[in-house]
Write a protein that binds this ligand. Structure first.
Ligand code: LLP
Length: 415
């Protein structure tokens, strides 16, 4: 569902003009649609029906408490990768018993926090991590439920920085080594082997690699069963892509149906970890044109959002659609590089975009709900943007703009 529509010459989110949001909350500002968030979650729920399944939203995509809370109310679980994300989920009213904990570098302190919270499963990524988890659980007199993240060595055909299921990636346990690591885990007294998981990459537009990865996991599930290790759940990770430009990502049905068909009759609970697909298209970054700087070789539109607000273009050369909030009919369109105020040539949000612009215009960067705010920084001592969730005609400020005083509140001088 695309919640951003041009109505009466002004870009709206749901039923609210984005001009109103800029007036009330200022720019740069992240804007999300509640209806779009809920409808993307419903797409998964609909396909899963009454199967024994859990959608664990990948918090890293966007960890705003209000978003986590909306998903928690819809019954979501959560995929976390740090103690910080664990505390966010709990603060947002998420159920710890629906949390899976991924990541290659869990510290003992994070393990302890998650064990005390009683999470559903640790997605363990290496043999030494098993040892550490067993030790921490022993110290607390608890048993840690674990799954092994298996690296299925399939090519997800996505950007190399966000491809994670190949042998050369740092993630998971190699498919061939997994049986031995499982046997070892099963022998450790403070671990309970409950599942298997994988995650092969992000922004996947082809459903086939998901099916290949699942096949590789199922051969392991069968081999482990003959070894006496029976698994209760299978976690297929996240990765389903969205539309940024002219992509045609698979529907949730086209993605899930072949996978669920392979799983039918096996009695395994199904876990999914979607991030981008749940929040990406529901959000936009609203920014204002500060200056127009036409030049001999290039025209620059300097806006008040920058790479610290939305790192994806600078980091991955990612493309986000840039649309005027109130399009002009009397200004000629020309090619603009839309850039921020940060002192780096890599600080661009879009290049060579044909736009009819005037100073002071508002622009919206679309499909910015995922990995936008969550990857933002304070580079150049820029306070992070405000975040707003729109519900119909009502705008809720769900994170106020950071103040400059907050930026250096933790710093001290030396004598
Ligand atoms: N599960 C695990 C273990 C992951 O590592 C990730 C994402 C997800 C789930 C969620 O994947 P999604 O459904 O969102 O594709 N910053 C990059 C994306 C990094 C993804 C990292 N892992 C970007 O802006 O494109």
């Amino acid at each position: 569902m695309n919640p951003f529509t041009l109505t009466d010459g002004v870009l709206h989110v749901e039923n609210l003009p984005l001009t109103r949001i800029a007036e009330t909350f200022g720019t740069p500002c992240y804007v999300y649609s509640r209806a779009a968030l809920e409808s993307s979650f419903a797409d998964f729920q609909r396909e899963l029906g009454d199967l024994d399944a859990l959608v664990c939203y990948a918090v890293k995509a966007n960890g705003n408490l209000a978003i986590l809370n909306l998903f928690a109310r819809l019954g979501a679980g959560f995929d976390i990768v740090s103690g910080g994300e664990l505390q966010r989920v709990i603060a947002a009213g998420g159920d710890p018993r629906k949390i899976v904990f991924s990541g290659v570098g869990k510290t003992a302190a994070e393990m302890e926090m998650a064990l005390r919270a009683g999470i559903l499963c640790f997605n363990v990524e290496s043999a030494p991590e098993l040892e550490r988890l067993n030790e921490v659980a022993a110290r607390l007199g608890l048993v840690a439920p674990i799954s092994l993240r298996v690296n299925p060595d399939v090519d997800a055909k996505t950007h190399p920085y966000i491809s994670t299921g190949l042998k050369e990636n740092k993630f998971g346990v190699a498919h061939d080594e997994a049986p031995a690591v499982y046997r070892h885990a099963a022998a450790l007294p403070h671990l309970a082997v409950t599942g298997i998981d994988c995650h092969i990459g992000s922004q996947l537009l082809d459903p086939v690699p998901f099916a290949e990865a699942l096949d590789r996991l199922l051969t392991l599930v069968d081999a482990l069963a003959t070894d006496g290790i029976a698994l209760h759940h299978i976690d297929l990770g996240g990765g389903l892509g969205i539309r940024y430009n002219d992509e045609t990502p698979p529907s949730v049905a086209a993605y899930l149906r072949p996978l669920l068909a392979k799983l039918a009759g096996r009695g395994l609970k199904v876990l999914l970890e979607p991030g981008r697909r749940l929040v990406g298209e529901a959000g936009a970054l609203l920014t204002r044109v500060e200056y127009l700087k036409p030049g001999e070789v290039k025209n620059f539109a300097i806006v008040d959002a920058a790479m610290n607000d939305l790192a994806r273009p600078a980091l991955y050369d990612a493309w986000h659609d840039i649309v005027p909030v109130a399009p002009h009919s009397d200004v000629p369109a020309q090619a603009w590089d839309v850039v921020g105020p940060v002192c780096e040539s890599g600080d661009f949000l879009g290049r060579e975009r044909t736009l009819a612009l005037a100073q002071g215009d508002l622009l919206a960067l679309l499909s910015a709900g995922a990995y936008g705010m969550s990857m933002s920084s304070n580079y150049n001592s820029r306070p992070r943007a405000a975040e707003v969730i729109v519900d119909g005609t009502h705008a809720h400020l769900v994170r106020r703009r950071e103040t400059i005083a907050e930026l250096f509140a933790g710093e001290t001088l030396i004598g």
